[in-house]
Design a protein around this ligand. Structure first.
Ligand code: SAH
Length: 217
């Protein structure tokens, strides 16, 4: 769903000099990132920081992704507007807002309840009505509403959690950072074709780890 926002010169500059210039030219994604008030997802940050070319802390040892990474992963989802999307790692809710503009409905899971609370309050205030929130371990997916046309994970796992593959619709696309935490990671793109899964490695990245319930002792 599209929300109307006031003109946002900082976001326009961010898209021009960090995203478009590096070859990401998906007009639908870029238009959305040119208007969403990214600074509102990071209260207390100066504007230059909020639109800067880097990830930033959002508290609780978590980060909001670099704008380029948000654009890259979103572009890989090839959203046309009708999709049901599962997002793992709500965090600040910024990526959630980008998805909510480009797809039909978003199911977003975050394990830290204070982050969900903050993101939800802001996204509701901004006017989004197509986002459903859950606090919990996203590596298990959200079975109740499966299958999903697209799944986006914004925390790094050492391998693709099986429930996410199972909950991906036929012809669906799953985008996930894979690799050891705090070391080398890659964005992996997976497409489901019946019971087969094709996967591609794309760019390197650095995400906070996907923390799964069964890994906590
Ligand atoms: N997309 C977010 C980035 C969040 S960073 C943004 O734009 O702000 C990754 C998030 O994943 C963190 O908030 C972290 O708490 C969350 N996370 C880590 N492991 C998780 C899990 N198993 N299930 C759900 N969320 C998880």
């Amino acid at each position: 769903m599209k929300i109307e926002y006031p003109d946002n010169p900082d976001a326009k500059r961010m898209v021009k000099f960090q995203i478009h210039v590096r070859g990401l030219r998906d007009e639908r994604v870029n238009e959305v990132m040119e208007k969403i008030p990214r600074h509102q997802f990071m209260s207390g940050r100066r504007i230059e920081e909020a639109y800067g070319d880097y990830p930033l802390s959002i508290g609780y040892n978590q980060t909001i992704s670099q704008p380029y990474m948000v654009a890259f992963m979103t572009q890989k989802l090839k959203l046309l507007g009708k999709e049901k999307v599962l997002e793992i790692g709500t965090g600040s809710g910024y990526q959630t807002a980008v998805l909510a503009e480009l797809a039909r409905e978003i199911y977003t899971i975050e394990r830290i309840s204070s982050l969900t609370k903050r993101a939800k309050a802001l996204l509701v205030k901004l006017g989004y009505k197509n986002i459903y929130f859950m606090v919990g371990d996203g590596s298990k997916g959200w079975k109740e509403y499966a299958p999903y046309d697209r799944i986006l994970v914004t925390a790094a796992a050492s391998s693709v959690p099986r429930p996410l593959k199972e909950q991906l619709a036929d012809n669906g696309i799953l985008v996930i950072p894979i690799g050891e935490s705090h070391s080398y990671q890659n964005i992996i793109i997976i497409r489901r074709l019946g019971n087969r899964f094709e996967s591609w490695e794309s760019i390197g990245c650095r995400f906070v780890p996907l923390v799964c319930d069964d890994e906590i002792d």
